[in-house]
Design a protein around this ligand. Structure first.
Ligand SMILES: O=C(O)C(=O)C[C@]1(C(=O)O)C=C[C@@H](O)C=C1
Length: 381
């Protein structure tokens, strides 16, 4: 058998080569963005990305590496796009004008929409609420799958929960939003009302076991306790409803949305059983390209600052000076070094508005990293 040290020496040699090639590729990305800036082309090119990935797969000697090489290339191109954005937005004097020029209006007519979960889930409701019957809906298992499909150009829009009025921000979605370089192009709010649903003919007083997602069970804890019902953890609310429909039991129910109950032919025994009313979840609509319309009234940005006292205050002061209303600020660890953060900020205003442009230009000049995550129509406005 080979000695570990010897193999590691060989790995080090390969890595040396990889680093050299990586830097060569990143340098080419810098050349690309120069051309794209001059010719006013968007950074993202889904068709080209698919070609790059599939060519790499074709070149493999071992087809077992296909999944790994796909992930590797998507990551490589994410980094390539991040570098290109950095250059296009931060160094080009006219980055803001270009950003708006490259943005597209929202698509009208039929669109393909991807969401996480199953039919009847709250994300599904958010998708229907936003796109109605013009959407061809597709569901995937994880939040990350949504970003992957959008990034590969396999769907027009993705629908993802970003924050709940009781539970707060959805950290995973926030993190992927940054790393996948997708844009927020819309948002919608869904009232989260749980109902107790069971197979038709079930009597409320006979229900002993209730299946649902832990969040929903938690949001209805007092209701369940008062009725001596035992909560059973299920993967999500809609699948809980589906599972109850598949069993002919009169002591079993699910906590799910009324949409999920109706979808699975369940009878709603009681509606709005959540302990706290006004339970709402805000969903964002993401796309591979930035969107722009004159009627958009909310902007989301991402930035990081130097690690020194007053840096955040200074960074945000431009918004106070320009009288812009900050709607939300969320921080997430950068993961690069300890206690370093990305700041996600939402504020009221359209990216074309002079005050917004002034504040963003100032912040971009001061921040150690700055990116526009999107401009869109605020929910309910
Ligand atoms: O070829 C381009 O247009 C690039 O910008 C380069 C690149 C890449 O890194 O390969 C990056 C982004 C595009 O979406 C496609 C490909």
């Amino acid at each position: 058998m080979k000695k570990l040290e010897d193999v590691r020496v060989a790995i080090d040699q390969v890595d040396e080569e990889l680093v050299r090639l990586f830097e060569k590729r990143m340098k080419l990305a810098e050349d690309v963005v120069e051309i794209k800036t001059a010719e006013n082309l968007p950074i993202f090119d889904g068709a080209r990305e698919n070609k790059v990935v599939e060519r790499a797969v074709d070149r493999l000697g071992n087809p077992g590496n296909a999944g790994a090489i796909r992930s590797f290339y998507h990551l490589l191109m994410t980094m390539s796009k991040a570098r290109q954005r950095e250059i296009m937005y931060n160094q080009n004097e006219d980055w803001l004008t270009r950003l708006i020029e490259n943005a597209e209006p929202l698509k009208q007519g039929p669109v393909s929409v991807i969401y996480q979960g199953v039919s009847g889930a709250y994300s599904y409701e958010a998708a229907l609420q936003t796109f109605g019957d013009r959407a061809k809906l597709e569901n995937v298992e994880t939040f990350e799958n949504v970003f992957q499909k959008i990034q590969k150009g396999e769907a027009d829009y993705g629908v993802l929960p970003i924050e709940n009025s009781i539970m707060g921000g959805v950290a995973e979605v926030q993190d992927h939003l940054r790393s996948y370089g997708c844009f927020i192009v819309g948002e919608t709010e869904v009232s989260v009302h749980h109902c107790l649903a069971a197979v038709p003919g079930t009597r409320l007083e006979d229900v002993r076991e209730v299946r649902s997602h832990p969040q929903a069970l938690g949001q209805c804890r007092e209701y369940l306790q008062a009725r001596h019902m035992q909560g059973i953890t299920w993967i999500n609310t809609a699948v809980a409803g589906e599972s109850v429909a598949g069993e002919d039991r009169k002591d079993l129910a699910a906590l799910c949305s009324s949409t999920a109950a109706n979808l699975h032919g369940l009878e709603i025994l009681e509606e709005n059983v959540e302990d706290k009313k006004n339970n709402r979840t805000r969903f964002i609509i993401v796309a591979a390209q930035m969107a722009f319309q004159e009627d958009f009234n909310k902007t989301s940005i991402l930035f990081s600052t130097e690690h020194r006292s007053g840096a955040l205050l200074e960074a945000l002061s431009a918004f106070a000076v320009e009288d812009l209303n900050l709607l939300r600020i969320e921080s997430r660890p950068t993961g690069h070094k300890g206690w370093d953060y990305w700041f996600f900020v939402d504020f009221a205003g359209n990216v074309k508005h002079p005050a917004v442009q002034k504040a963003m230009r100032q912040l971009a000049a001061e921040a150690s990293y700055f990116e526009v995550l999107g401009c869109y129509k605020a929910a309910g406005k």
